[in-house]
Ligand binder design. Sequence first.
Ligand code: NPW
Ligand code: ADP
Ligand code: K
Length: 504
Amino acid sequence: MYIVTAEEMYEIDRYAIEKGGIAGKLLMENAGSQVAHQIKKAYDINQRIAIVVGSGNNGGDGFVIARYLVDYGFDVTLFQLVADEKIKGDAAYHKELWLNQSDKLELVTESNQLKDRLIAYHLVVDAILGIGVSGEIREPIRGMIEVINQLDLTRISVDIPSGLPANDGEDVDIAVKADQTYIIEAPKVSTFCEPTSNYYGNWDIVKIGIPTSAYLDVASRRWRTTSDVQASFPNRGTYAHKGSNGRGVIIGAQPTMPGSVLLSSRAALRSGAGLITVATLKENISIIANGCVEATYHVLPNLIDRLSDKDLKAFDQFDAIAVGMGMGRAKSELLSSLIENLDKPVVIDADGLYHLKTFLDQKAEKRANLIITPHYGEMAMLSNLPVSEIKKAPFEVSKQFAIKHNLYIVLKGKNTIITTPNGTQMVSNQGNPGLAKGGTGDVLSGILLTMIMQHPSILEALANGSYIHGMAADLLIDLKQHTEIDLLATDVIEGLSQVFRTLS
Ligand SMILES: NC(=O)C1=CN([C@@H]2O[C@H](COP(=O)(O)OP(=O)(O)OC[C@H]3O[C@@H](n4cnc5c(N)ncnc54)[C@H](OP(=O)(O)O)[C@@H]3O)[C@@H](O)[C@H]2O)[C@@H](O)CC1
Ligand SMILES: Nc1ncnc2c1ncn2[C@@H]1O[C@H](COP(=O)(O)OP(=O)(O)O)[C@@H](O)[C@H]1O
Ligand SMILES: [K+]
């Protein structure tokens, strides 16, 4: 499933009309009929429904929704919030069809008037503004959005809550706070950004018949679904041996943080790695080995000096490397020596990101394929941008950073955004606030390490890994084994088993 900006949606729409020969009127018919169908399935027939329409094609969808809902037996009134001459093109055509069927159309041009009228309704369908919104929201629409937000109504937005930008990087002026949004055809970028996602409420996508070919040259962001994961998950051959399931090394842990590497190594093994070696300080080994008897151990004299030729040679035997968990932030050359010398995928997390920052802008020779896994605070540190700016434009910031530094980014949060060095992006929105605890990132690093070793595409591997990490947390809560309060990083590791059973 593609994720689009407003401009991309218009281009895709144009392609469907010009190349696909699907008339705009038909796309609008499909959009409205699909939304009405969803409303019928989800809401009680006794709900009195007000549909508020604006001047654009979003309003046009509203006319179609009205026509279908009346046919389903709902009590519907249509409120037109703009003058008659503003309704043009496909929207005017569908207004005419509505008027052929019903005389329930009221022109309301002031917010107070709208307030008086909406009081009698249970549910409002918001078809005021769609993805064509630009600049500050003007009166009287502004006041009308305020009224809709104030009233005790169920708010259902069509395509996007009116007033909300579709893209990232734009400030929210005022927008409908929807209980439910039926997104037309493809999720918009703002669906996945923290400052805007809450406005959508619960959301579903309705397809309107645009062929996938319309997206191919236009959109470069995708939303990961269960079926994507199932389709690309590596199969285990009957004659598999531990070497064919990936041999990985995990480097890190000061004596004060052995748990970090323990979590990563257990998570890597529980995700199916053939062999995991933990490279750490001697004093950590008995503690980590106590919790992870399946791993083997490599002793490092310290986590500060450049890696010796002997260590590099040993690490060269592995398929991929994860580094940085619990490593500490004292000045260290370990990471730079690793990525200058080894031609492997390297997952860099936690303190490793601080070390990376010290040489990222210099022209250090990089042989390794770098994958960084920052949360928003770490991304702010790496990019020198405030967290608020990154939250506002996570797609754009990640894309520029990944291209500039030629690396993969897994930007972690409620919606984890994965970006490749050429700017292709994928989003996993699995997971819940139970994951907002120390150690869950270490678990993710271990899972990602295994996925990378088992999949030829790093992007697919990172998307699958992020998905199953979040899905484990979700299943543990859905199946009532834990709550968001008591869920721990170790539980996520144990929850992987349920994920694999569900996916297979
Ligand atoms: N994607 C698809 O394939 C399909 C998409 N479809 C639907 O079309 C929708 C996009 O339609 P669209 O382009 O007509 O834009 P949309 O937002 O309805 O109206 C724009 C108008 O709003 C106004 N306005 C703008 N800014 C404003 C402001 N700040 N403050 C106040 N007013 C403001 C301005 O009007 P003005 O007052 O300037 O005349 C402008 O002209 C899309 O979201 C989806 O629902 C489906 O029908 C089928 C296929
Ligand atoms: N509210 C949330 N909803 C879904 N996932 C979350 C939420 N908060 C955190 N996560 C996930 O939990 C993990 C936290 O990672 P991180 O912050 O690095 O933790 P730590 O460094 O303590 O191990 C990430 O994978 C992130 O996507
Ligand atoms: K809308």
